[in-house]
Design a protein around this ligand. Structure first.
Ligand SMILES: NC(=O)c1ccc[n+]([C@@H]2O[C@H](COP(=O)([O-])OP(=O)(O)OC[C@H]3O[C@@H](n4cnc5c(N)ncnc54)[C@H](O)[C@@H]3O)[C@@H](O)[C@H]2O)c1
Length: 369
């Protein structure tokens, strides 16, 4: 008995990794106690494995793959929002994910309770949502579609691994070109279409609304307008259905601003469409607004809001559009994507949306999808 107490104490007192090293270096055959110590040390070194096994079905655990500018900003915004009880960050460069997770965890005193850790793809296990931001990003002057071949290869490798680890999770694709990669993820995963969504033009819609809000001098929450189509150069601003506080945009006037002109519209849309290029040219990446946009989608899912968001999803028969992932306003809740909204489109808007579809289909064809 005294021996047992002594052994327990010595286990407690000696740091487990050092004890393991001692056993390993002794060169003697391992006794049962050594093996117990070995397995204990393994568990101590891999806390995520233990946590995963205990997760309930109503998990608010979020896995983020790709701990670059976008992935780590999503983790940061998720922490501030208090949405997740657990966030696991992984990256092909493990040191980067570890450093980002550590840096974020050091701020945990200032946010709602959350456990944040670095892991690897198998640690996506038990996650409600796996957010993928891994892959190449645009260099200044490059379009999103130019990333297609490189990032399709990243996804060919990644998606089967994610599926192995977290077959019950929703997949939220953020890497670009997001519509192409969302389609590829649907096809590679074999998951029901509703469980694979892309961040799509949620960010572009926010850019559109914020520029309109500034120009019209009204709160952004009173501006209702969508950007649909590709998250990229062929995206389509829906001017015809845009409203400010229930007033159609074309008839909106206010004492605090001049009416919107054709030139204003042109300028606003250019600044929406070229926003990423402008920011990337100056600071190398976009991260803050996309971080918030993705957290808005996570929130709609985890709180089962049935919120209307312009996420990218596989369309079948929407205004005659078939078998392509692209953004249109759609319901988003705990089960992923619901119905796409049959918005009224002006003729030229629908034609532009269909051009966007054809562009994406051409890229998918080149990638053999
Ligand atoms: N959808 C949107 O609205 C939106 C907005 C901004 C950026 N993006 C896209 O998000 C992606 C990430 O952008 P970023 O600025 O964070 O780039 P980044 O270079 O800072 O980060 C990308 C990370 O992915 C990692 N990575 C690469 N291959 C991987 C793999 N196989 N497994 C795990 N990790 C891997 C890299 O090591 C890197 O840390 C880009 O494709 C970018 O174009 C999308």
């Amino acid at each position: 008995m005294a021996d047992l107490v002594k052994r327990k104490r010595s286990l407690k007192d000696v740091p487990k990794k050092r004890a393991l090293d001692k056993v390993a270096l002794s060169g003697k055959p391992w006794c049962p106690a050594c093996w117990r110590l070995f397995f204990l040390a393994l568990l101590v070194q891999q806390p995520m494995t233990l946590i995963n096994a205990a997760l309930p079905a109503s998990s608010t655990r979020i896995a983020i793959i790709g701990a670059g500018a976008v992935g780590s900003t999503i983790a940061y915004a998720t922490m501030l929002n208090g949405l997740a009880h657990e966030i696991v960050l992984s990256d092909v460069v493990a040191r980067k994910a570890e450093a980002e997770a550590k840096d974020l965890m050091h701020g945990s005193m200032f946010v709602p309770s959350v456990n944040i850790a670095a892991g690897s793809v198998p640690d996506c296990k038990g996650s409600a949502i796996v957010v993928i931001t891994a892959g190449a990003k645009q260099n200044p002057g490059q379009t999103r579609l130019e990333l297609a071949a490189t990032n399709a290869n990243v996804f060919r490798e990644l998606i089967p691994q994610v599926l192995d680890a977290a077959p019950g999770a929703l997949l939220l694709i953020v890497s670009n070109p997001v519509d192409v990669l969302t389609y590829i993820s649907v096809k590679l995963s074999g998951l029901p279409w509703a469980r694979v969504l892309g961040s799509g033009t949620v960010l572009d819609t926010s850019r559109f609304r914020s520029l309109l809000s500034r120009r019209l001098n009204v709160a952004v929450s009173n501006v209702h307008a969508y950007v649909v189509g590709e998250h990229g150069d062929s995206e389509v601003p829906l001017w015809s259905s845009a409203q400010v506080a229930n007033v159609p945009l074309q008839s909106f006037s206010s004492p605090s601003c001049l009416p919107l002109t054709e030139l204003d519209r042109h300028e606003i849309f250019h600044n929406v469409r070229d926003a990423a290029a402008q920011v990337i040219a100056a600071k190398g990446a976009t991260n803050w607004a996309v971080g918030l946009a993705v957290v808005r989608i996570l929130e709609a899912i985890l709180r089962d809001e049935q919120a209307i968001l312009t996420v990218s999803s596989l369309l079948s028969g929407y205004h005659g559009i078939e078998d392509v992932c692209i953004s249109v306003p759609s319901l988003v809740g705990r089960n992923g994507i619901g119905a796409a909204l049959p918005l009224p489109y002006a003729e030229e808007e629908l034609a532009a949306l269909k051009r966007s579809v054809e562009l994406l289909r051409g890229v998918l064809k080149q990638l053999a999808f």
